[in-house]
Design a binder for this molecule. Structure first.
Ligand SMILES: [Zn+2]
Ligand SMILES: [Zn+2]
Length: 136
């Protein structure tokens, strides 16, 4: 069994989980671009039952970026930590870049490529979808 762990930039917020993630995806939607300040966001889906904050849970602030989604970030350093959506309520959508230990992580597909930043070219051969594919 692999064990995964991560934290925000300042280290106040920490988490762990001990299950293989369901999937890791790159999201090119405009909301993810704005929220992360990057060309795209990478999200690792972990069953909430197996995901644990191990420090700093009271440091986590939230922003509702849509009628179904809440984005979570560290109050102190601003690091994007993850998001929760009522469309997939069983999963924490963890910001993959916050992982310190990620033994077997690969991006399975690119979502919302139809909204991709025009100045970024996808360089890998993972499948690409204009929006979100039906079977996530
Ligand atoms: Zn922080
Ligand atoms: Zn997105």
């Amino acid at each position: 069994m692999s064990s995964y762990a991560g934290s925000c930039l300042c280290g106040r917020v920490r988490y762990e989980f001990d299950i293989e993630p369901k999937v890791t995806v790159a999201c090119h939607c405009s909301a993810c671009r704005k929220a992360t300040g990057s060309a795209f966001a990478t999200w690792t889906l972990v069953t909430k039952d197996h995901f644990h904050w191990t420090a700093g849970e009271d440091e986590i602030a939230e922003f509702s970026s849509s009628d179904h989604g809440r984005r979570m970030f560290c109050r102190t350093c601003g690091t994007t930590l993850g998001n929760l959506t009522t469309r997939r309520p069983a999963f924490m959508h963890l910001a993959s870049g916050t992982l310190d230990r990620a033994p077997a992580l690969t991006i399975k597909f690119h979502a919302y490529v139809g909204s991709k930043a025009p100045w970024y070219e996808i360089a890998d051969s993972s499948p690409r979808f204009d929006e979100l594919p039906d079977s996530k």
